[in-house]
Structures are given as structure tokens and as C-alpha cells.
Design a protein around this ligand. Structure first.
Ligand code: AHR
Length: 328
């Protein structure tokens, strides 16, 4: 009798277990997960943090991935160490946001020899053999810079002279190279434009504040500045803080601050008029990277290079709807 009761109980438990399981979406088995080794630049800017969040929200176990995430803390050597570790761990894909462009040939050849596809995100690398890279997803940084310089050309079309201070991003990074080249080309093409200073802000608010303050402190009289071309939003915040501490006004009838990224906070600065133009750089690249991986999982060849669509904002275009919908 006891045995019969136990059998009935087992049957009930089994039925409950099976039916409960039917209602749940099927999670991939641990062994089936696609393993991604990811080397991120660091957390230097709001843009970067949004980019990391985008990756982490896509490459989850529920979506079929195991993500091995490494933060390089803005040091390229840390990226090399991470990639070599990923090779030893025999990951399925390596995803890299390269800090700077040079120096990648050896480590990417090691990944290629191990048969691991490398997907670049955001920035590029400068390698002799293009086959070391499977695909790239990111921004056209020269095009972003061109949007900014075209705006400057239009806004200051009748100015006799345009005094520009330039705050560069991390030297040797694709974002810096593209945005600086666009400005250099415009400086060559417009002889009324004068580059008064060029400083390294390393894409951070703190460094930009420091270099801008130093520049202004070292002048006998405060220079006339029409435009500060900041290579990202965080640099713009540092520049504004430094300029205002020396009595400059940023905005209409004052210094025009140009920045890149167009993150939520920058759009708010822009709405208030403190930033005159913020050029969009989209960090939400996780879904695009996943589509590259899905394409490869289906045995197809992904697009080699994919640039994201981006626009630019002035105070007049910043609506409450835009702010409410901004995800970074
Ligand atoms: O490479 C993209 C750039 O890097 C973004 O403009 C900047 O904010 C980030 O740190």
C-alpha cells in the first residue's frame, strides 16, 4: 500500500514538474552557450558606459551566450593580455573595442591562427592583413567631424576670423583620428579659421578641465575664443567648467561649444544653450554585434564594415520627446 502511495506521489510530482516546465521559455543548456570574449576600452565616458550596458544586455545566458567581459582601463597592454587569455580559453568569438589603432598585428594573428573570429566594435585597428578582422561595427568618425565643421562653416560664414580651441580625444584612437582629420581639412579650406590651441583631453571631463584651466592660466590676457571643438561630450563638460571659472560665457553671444556623442546629459546642456552643437555617436551597438554573430552561426559571411546612422543636434531641435526617448 505504502509503495502504491509513493508511486502516485511520484507521478503527481512528475506531472507538476513537466507542466511547470512547459510554461517557461526554454533556456539554452550551459554547454550550448556561445562564448564571447570581450575587451572593452574602459569607462572613461558616459558613451562608453552606455556601450558596455548595451553589450551586457544582449550577451546574456538567456539569449544563449556566456560573456567573458574584460575592462582594459584605457591600457592597450591590458587588451593584449585579455585577448591571449580568450585564445587559451578557446572562446567562440573575440569582440574588441580597440583603444588605439596601432600595434595589433601580432595578437590578432594569434587569434586568427587559433581559428577565432575577431569582431571590432566602435573603433578600428591599423593592421597589414585585413583578413585578421572578421567584421567591424561602429561609427564613421570622419563623417561626424565633417558634420561639425560644416555647421561651423555655415554659422560663421560672415565672420572675419574664427578662433578655435581644439580638445582632442585619446591620441591614436579612431574617434580622435577621424574627428581631428575633419577639423584639419576644414582649417586648410577656410583661411579665416585660426587654431589657437590644441590639447589632449583623453575623452574625459577631468583631463579636459585640467588642460583648459592650464591653458587659460598661462595667458597674460584671456584669449578670444569663438569655438571649442571638443571630441566628446565629457570633454565639453570639462571645457565649459574651466571657461566659466575664467568668466567666459558658453552659448549665444559667447563661446560656441561643439561636442560629439549627444548623450542625454549633453542634449540637456544643448537645450539650455551651453552646447551649441552635439554630433551623435551611437553607443548602442550590442544588437548589431549580435547580428554579426548570428549571421556567422548560420554559416554565412557577415558584412565586413557596418557604420551606424547618426545625426546632430542644436538647441532648436531638442524636444521633450527626444529627451524622453534617449536611451543613453
Ligand atoms: O570611440 C567612441 C568615443 O569614445 C566616444 O565619442 C567617446 O565618448 C568615447 O570615450
Amino acid at each position: 500500500m505504502k509503495r502504491k502511495a509513493a508511486a502516485v506521489l511520484m507521478l503527481i510530482l512528475y506531472t507538476v514538474f513537466v507542466f511547470a516546465g512547459c510554461n517557461k521559455p526554454e533556456e539554452p543548456k550551459k554547454d550550448d552557450l556561445i562564448v564571447i570574449g570581450m575587451s572593452q576600452v574602459g569607462a572613461e565616458s558616459d558613451w562608453r558606459q552606455a556601450d558596455t550596458a548595451s553589450m551586457k544586455s544582449v550577451f546574456t545566458e538567456a539569449n544563449g551566450y556566456r560573456l567573458l567581459f574584460e575592462d582594459a582601463r584605457q591600457d592597450q597592454e591590458n587588451q593584449f593580455v585579455a585577448i591571449r587569455r580568450f585564445i587559451q580559453q578557446r572562446v567562440d568569438y573575440i569582440v574588441v573595442m580597440p583603444i588605439t589603432e596601432d600595434g595589433w598585428d601580432a595578437v590578432l594573428k594569434e587569434a586568427k591562427d587559433a581559428g577565432i573570429p575577431v569582431i571590432l566594435v566602435d573603433r578600428m585597428v591599423n593592421v597589414k592583413d585585413d583578413n585578421l578582422i572578421t567584421a567591424h561595427v561602429g561609427s564613421d568618425f570622419y563623417a561626424e567631424g565633417k558634420k561639425a565643421t560644416d555647421w561651423m562653416k555655415k554659422k560663421y560664414a560672415s565672420a572675419e576670423e574664427l578662433n578655435i580651441v581644439h580638445i582632442q580625444g585619446t591620441k591614436g584612437s579612431t574617434a580622435q583620428i577621424g574627428r581631428t582629420s575633419a577639423l584639419d581639412d576644414a582649417l586648410k579650406a577656410n583661411n579665416t579659421w585660426k587654431l589657437q590651441a590644441r590639447m589632449d583631453g583623453d575623452f574625459t571631463e577631468a583631463k579636459t578641465y585640467e588642460v583648459m584651466k592650464e591653458y587659460l592660466s598661462n595667458r597674460e590676457t584671456l584669449p578670444k575664443i569663438d569655438v571649442v571643438y571638443c571630441e566628446n561630450d565629457n570633454s565639453a563638460y570639462g571645457a565649459i567648467k574651466a571657461l566659466e571659472s575664467f568668466g567666459y560665457t558658453c552659448g549665444k553671444n559667447g563661446v560656441s561649444i561643439v561636442s560629439f556623442d549627444a548623450t542625454y546629459n549633453a542634449l540637456v546642456y544643448c537645450q539650455k544653450g551651453k552646447i551649441a552643437l552635439t554630433v551623435e555617436c551611437n553607443p548602442l551597438l550590442g544588437p548589431l554585434v549580435e547580428s554579426v554573430i548570428r549571421t556567422m552561426e548560420e554559416g554565412k559571411v557577415p558584412e565586413k564594415n557596418r557604420y551606424v546612422e547618426e545625426s546632430a543636434f542644436e538647441p532648436e531641435n531638442i524636444t521633450e520627446d527626444l529627451l524622453a526617448s534617449r536611451k543613453y
